[in-house]
Design a protein around this ligand. Structure first.
Ligand code: T3D
Length: 263
């Protein structure tokens, strides 16, 4: 049986997925990928879970693909990276980008290579001050994968994405924040509690509105304005029918904080 390399922890409506290969800086193996996909599937189906936090054990978030793992070869004996991308990275990226609940990448340390892009596929990225992000692929003669060439230019713009990907420079947490890659930077000593508080507050929010907002943002990437306005109208009608909207209105009128049921 393969070793367990992913831990799932729960605190109320927040689930924490902890990449747990600290001795290898949580580098991603086929086994870890399979555990991650399966955990995300279970959490997607669990009505009690509203927010998923992805983080790493030890001093790194993750150093990207495990470079010591045996790679498949084509019929001519050349390393063929097609199969691991098709089996592991591409489905994971789609699973994250289409995930119906709020996802947070909590960068306790470096997020390198594919793991930087996995972090960017989450809705919100939080970072410890000592963390850094790095599109390190170029240093080993590869192109950025795991959705990086799609995600990064959409977040920072094409010029900066080019520079970050062609140089493979490290991006310290604070700089990443100024580029829009990271939402909040916590001092290292306050990172765990800061992330936990941040996730708890989100988990008390209107889960249905979160889900619909995510869908609107996702579809906006391929829509013209008119189609997006139609989509907003249809999703806003759905939100308007919800118990959460009724509660939000009532709480406003009663001058108290709302208690959302997520429906
Ligand atoms: O294969 C495919 O499907 C293609 C997909 C590719 C996607 C990618 O992610 S490509 C990018 C892969 N990642 C990298 O190129 C980063 C490799 N790691 C590093 O450059 C450095 O480890 C770091 C800059 C991230 C951190 O350096 P440092 O000095 O803080 O730590 P270290 O001493 O290098 O690493 C500690 C241990 O983790 C060490 O093991 P050891 O010697 O103590 O037994 C090191 O070998 C191991 N480790 C770090 N990164 C990886 C790794 N082991 C396997 N794979 C890694 N990516």
């Amino acid at each position: 049986m393969s070793e367990t390399t992913l831990r799932t922890e729960r605190a109320g409506a927040v689930a924490r997925l902890v990449l747990a290969r600290p001795g290898k800086l949580n580098a991603l193996t086929a086994n870890l990928h399979a555990e991650l996909r399966s955990a995300l599937e279970s959490l997607a189906a669990d009505d009690e879970v509203r927010v998923v936090v992805l983080t790493g054990e030890g001093r790194a978030f993750s150093a990207g693909q495990d470079l010591t793992e045996t790679l498949p070869r084509d019929e001519q004996g050349r390393i063929d990276l097609g199969p691991p991308l098709a089996r592991d990275y591409n489905p994971l990226l789609l699973q994250l980008v289409d995930f119906a609940k709020v996802t947070i990448a909590a960068l306790n340390g470096p997020a390198v290579g594919a793991s930087m892009n996995i972090a960017l596929a989450c809705d919100i990225v939080l970072a410890a001050r000592s963390a850094y992000l790095q599109e390190a692929f170029v240093h080993i003669g590869l192109i950025p994968d795991a959705g990086g060439t799609w995600l990064l230019p959409r977040i920072v713009g094409p010029r900066l994405a080019s520079a970050l990907m062609l140089t493979g420079d490290r991006i310290p947490a604070e700089e990443a924040k100024s580029m829009g890659l990271v939402y909040r930077v916590f001092e290292d000593a306050e990172f765990e509690s800061g992330v936990a508080d941040f996730a708890r507050v989100l988990s008390e929010g209107p889960a249905l509105a979160h889900r619909l907002t995510k869908r609107a943002l996702r579809e906006s990437l391929g829509n013209e304005l008119e189609a997006q306005l139609d989509l907003e109208t249809s999703l806003q009608r759905e939100a308007g029918f919800s118990m959460d909207f009724a509660e939000g209105l009532k709480a406003f009128r009663d001058k108290r904080s709302p208690r959302f049921a997520g429906r």
